[in-house]
Design a protein around this ligand. Sequence first.
Ligand SMILES: Nc1nc2c(c(=O)[nH]1)N[C@H]1C(S)=C(S)[C@@H](COP(=O)(O)O)O[C@H]1N2
Ligand SMILES: [Mo]
Length: 312
Amino acid sequence: MLIVRRRGWEIPESRVTPEALMLNRRALLAGAGALSIGGAVTARAEDLAPAKATGPNPKYTAGRELTDEKFSTTYNNFYEFNDSKNMWKEAQAFKQRPWALKIDGMVKQPRTYDLDDLLKQVQLEERIYRHRCVETWAMTVPWSGFALSQLLALVEPLASAKYVMFETAQDKTMRGLNAPFYPWPYTEGLAMDEAANDMAFMVTGMYGKPVPPQNGGPLRIALPWKYGFKSAKSIVKITFTDKKPTTFWEGIGPGEYGFWANVNPTVPHPRWSQARERLLGSNEMVPTQIYNGYGDFVAGLYSDRKSEKLFM
Ligand SMILES: Nc1nc2c(c(=O)[nH]1)N[C@H]1C(S)=C(S)[C@@H](COP(=O)(O)O)O[C@H]1N2
Ligand SMILES: [Mo]
């Protein structure tokens, strides 16, 4: 049998239409105007201008239509606020500036950045990534931000550091923090070589505008080859360590959620199949791909880790 093998990120051919991109440009202009007039939004749209100017990074075309912004910004998981999918209204009170990012642990340059100062030291770009939640819903989003590797270069982790941890803010606007059975704060982690991979992307924008609080503003991470829970939101601390951390969902349900959590359609969750995914907006069901279709970029990270539980 002849198998025409497309590279993972191209299937099923590039359907991210110029129209879709045009709409985003327009949304961006409208958003920037609203910011300068109203002044109610404290995030800095102008920081995203360089990313907007260059257009999405062509290395990472998603191969399917962008999710309409009205779905990706109103159907969320952010348990610090509450465990419903429509927590977005509550999150509007969560202040996005000033924002401090602490860097600590096994690193040559421990420090606390003001987010706007950090953004002056990195190269911002736009990337269209697929996102696959472990619950089986999925979306396609134009994020803006910078490769995590740029931050690694600035802070210089020690050779002894083997893992990096991300910690989410605990803010008074987050009533979900009162649920005592959750091991707050939300933490997630990566092995150092995963963190250094170009796909690991620190996100400050979405659809050419500041990433809104419900999507993890003003600073989250996007790790598109892993289930969505690995992509920690509203990050306030990054810690380098030589010990494999227990992460938030792994701590709650180690039989269901692991540290590696790479997407794999052939490894079911204990309570449901992972073979297909539901696209937000259209509710179309499409096949899920191994590493969410990004295997060409990341599969090599796991060739020496075959004995680990890589796919849950
Ligand atoms: N701090 C924090 N980060 C989080 C979560 C959360 O509840 N709290 N949910 C995760 C899950 S399960 C998913 S699928 C994505 C959802 O991101 P989105 O709301 O932008 O779609 O955020 C992830 N990051
Ligand atoms: Mo998720």
